[in-house]
Design a protein around this ligand. Structure first.
Ligand code: CA
Length: 224
């Protein structure tokens, strides 16, 4: 499940992108100003960020600069109304991965997004591991101690999140957002149920437990 963040204040463009990308199978989040966009991009994981330049509160240049300063290397596709060579150069120098001049055809944007996803395969598609647990996102396989784990899709997505963010305490809300792409403000029971099922496969048969409960907060995956 690839997640895309759109930071764009023009409602028409934002809805057009949202609709097209959702129909193409992406999970899409939107932000209408630079400040909120930067916050989202810094606190959640995205595979690509589509970033407008002229934005309220914080412009696209500053958002990109702040992201790279914080070592957030999510690929960024700039949307620019200004077809000026200087602007393009500035964007690329600040660490943008590509840019598209408005107005553009959706097909072209989609092609650029797909290229960015392919260009950064090591980040999203590499095999992640902790202790004797290995997870291969491309082949959708997980194994522990050399034995394949039989996981349902949500269990797999949850395990991938745990491994990628090992050592970090993940709240139920964050897990709900990342794995289900929903806000479970009132009921995060689904998270606990899935964690329990995942534990029965990943931890119960093994001596070393990797998933720890942080009471009242959430969960953390740690080396034993
Ligand atoms: Ca704008």
């Amino acid at each position: 499940m690839m997640r895309i963040l759109i930071i764009e204040d023009e409602k028409k463009t934002a809805s057009f992108l949202h609709k097209g990308l959702t129909e193409s199978g992406f999970v899409v989040e939107r932000s209408g100003n630079g400040e909120d966009g930067l916050f989202l991009a810094s606190t959640e994981q995205f595979d690509v960020i589509i970033l407008d330049i002229m934005l309220p509160r914080l412009d696209g240049w500053s958002v990109l600069e702040a992201l790279r300063y914080r070592h957030i290397e999510t690929p960024v596709l700039f949307l620019t109304a200004c077809d000026l060579v200087d602007d393009r150069v500035k964007g690329l120098e600040l660490g943008a991965d590509d840019y598209l001049v408005k107005p553009f055809a959706f097909a072209e944007l989609l092609a650029r997004v797909r290229t960015l996803l392919r260009r950064n395969p090591e980040r999203q598609l590499s095999i992640a591991h902790i202790e004797d647990l290995k997870i291969d996102p491309v082949r959708h396989r997980a194994e522990r101690g050399g034995k394949r784990l039989n996981l349902r899709p949500k269990e797999f997505a949850l395990l991938l999140l745990f491994v990628r963010r090992a050592g970090e305490v993940l709240t139920r809300t964050l897990i709900a957002e990342q794995v289900w792409d929903m806000n479970f403000d009132s009921d995060t029971n689904v998270v606990d149920v899935t964690v329990r099922r995942l534990r029965s496969k990943v931890d119960d048969p093994f001596e070393k437990k990797l998933i720890r409960t942080i009471r009242g907060v959430g969960y953390v995956m740690e080396e034993g």
